[in-house]
Write a protein that binds this ligand. Structure first.
Ligand SMILES: C[C@@H](N)C(=O)N[C@H](C)C(=O)O
Ligand SMILES: [Zn+2]
Length: 188
């Protein structure tokens, strides 16, 4: 199995996911392709609990689509330059000073996900991905009933396996059930 530090390629563990990394295409808030490849790298523990979630979703008739997983520090810096807003972008670290790590995309311990039906059609969710305003929050009052219910179901299953939802972005989940790995800057 190919590895980069704590990271593994999700497709080496499972072929059940729909991998659609938005930052490997120009179809994202930056308007340009940021990653060189569409390979989905994750911390190994994070991948294992995501597979547990996927098994639950599959029993309920859904598939998991992944919009983002491991994100190198260099990409996080680019995102922050474009959108320096703590609600929607994690502040890039000063790696010369950092002493304690936490789950982020920069150690492959966060995922941005949605759900599809068995045929791969996205189901209705609270908002489009990376909308970066109050509509991204699951508790925004203007969502459709169906979108809100599906967002709550996504959150409930993800939290049942060891992720924590992020209140400002319904699609973003932290692996809070293991020790955080160091951030890294592998080219992907
Ligand atoms: C940029 C967005 N998809 C995202 O992942 N935001 C969180 C807060 C992050 O940058 O870690
Ligand atoms: Zn995210």
């Amino acid at each position: 199995m190919e590895r980069k530090g704590n990271l593994i390629k999700l497709t080496d563990l499972s072929s059940d996911f729909i991998i659609d990394l938005k930052y490997a295409t120009p179809d994202n808030f930056t308007g340009v392709q940021v990653y060189q490849s569409a390979d989905c790298w994750l911390d190994e523990h994070t991948a294992q609990i995501l597979i547990k979630a996927q098994e639950i979703f599959e029993k309920d008739g859904y598939r998991v689509k992944i919009w983002d997983a491991y994100r190198p520090i260099r990409a996080q810096k680019r995102f922050w330059e474009i959108m320096p807003n703590d609600d929607f972008i994690a502040r890039p670290p000063d790696m010369t000073k950092i002493k304690k790590f936490r789950p982020t995309h920069m150690n492959g311990m966060c995922v941005d996900v949605t759900l599809t039906d068995k045929e791969g059609n996205e189901i209705e969710m609270p908002s489009p991905f990376d909308i970066m305003d109050e509509r991204a929050a699951l508790n925004y009052s203007g969502h459709s009933e169906n979108g809100r219910r599906n967002g709550e179901y996504l959150k409930q299953v993800m939290e049942s396996v060891g992720f924590q939802a992020y209140e400002c972005e319904w699609w973003h989940f932290y692996d809070v059930s293991t020790d955080p790995a160091p951030f890294s800057d592998y080219e992907i």
